[in-house]
Design a protein around this ligand. Sequence first.
Ligand SMILES: Nc1ncnc2c1ncn2[C@@H]1O[C@H](COP(=O)(O)OP(=O)(O)OP(=O)(O)O)[C@@H](O)[C@H]1O
Ligand SMILES: [Mg+2]
Length: 314
Amino acid sequence: MKGNQTMPNTAIRIQQFTKEYPVPRQKEKRVAVSNLTLAVPTGGLFGFLGPNGAGKTTTIKMLLGFLPPTVGEAWLFDRPVGDDRARQRVGYLPEQPYFPKFLSALEVVKAHAGLSGLAGNRAKERIELCLRQVNMWDNRHMILSKCSKGMTQRVGLASALVGDPDLLIMDEPSSGLDPLGRKELRELLTALKNDGKTIFLSSHLLSEMESVCDRVGVMARGKLVACGTPAEITRAGDGVRVQIEQAERDEVLNTQIADWGGSVEAAGEGSAYLRVPSALVYKVMGLLETRRARLVAVTSQRETLEDAFLRLVS
Ligand SMILES: Nc1ncnc2c1ncn2[C@@H]1O[C@H](COP(=O)(O)OP(=O)(O)OP(=O)(O)O)[C@@H](O)[C@H]1O
Ligand SMILES: [Mg+2]
């Protein structure tokens, strides 16, 4: 938070956003976003999820005032998106960051620091900190035409962060990053969150985002189909999955599991999954001991965010 500005409770408020794009040689318009109403609380990480073409980038562009909505309005920290004082508090990482190829990583981040109103020592400090945060300090003099896709993404990320924004809007931030880069990104997002920042990001990488998202909104065909905490969105399964290893197929075990209302599914040689009601888990453990089956893992059958996503968008 800057100066003595008070922090509103809502970082982003979208009221009935609709965007229609004209389609060449057709009378009918393409509805990219339809009647979207959404509030993102201040602090924490909001995952804006949805398959290709769901309307995420269109929403983000309207939110930043780059694209006028056909219908609807939005506010950043309670100020209309067009208000400069609202935009000053926002850092943006576009889906495909584009920078002049002849500039170095350092020059790009410096230019963004200037755009954010930073100067002097404060600018220097922020530039170095952000380039270090994205692991580009050692490569800061590399010109963009020599940077790999992942390195360009890191420069984009440093540019979005350099103004120390209260709200960071990121469109597919993990795109182009290798597994280590994605892990570092998650750590960076967690640190920013712990520092009180609000992060709004779109992503396809649901299994990775599950651990860092405080809330998610799921878009499908331009509409918001679900919104809440990951726990609210995923359905609880009514049982557990028990993975076992056994020397050979055991009919006695299989019959008993079926009698208890469970099922057995072979999973390759010597391995099987039992699905059983949660209440019977200790009975099953006892049975496994008498049948000399080796227990490998017991997991809840709760949906993952990815399962919920596939259910919601199909
Ligand atoms: N400038 C444009 N003109 C016409 N149609 C567009 C334009 N931009 C996007 N669209 C259409 O709007 C819909 C939503 O696109 P958008 O880019 O917002 O989706 P997205 O959720 O960001 O997808 P992705 O995950 O692939 O980035 C798509 O059907 C797309 O073809
Ligand atoms: Mg997009």
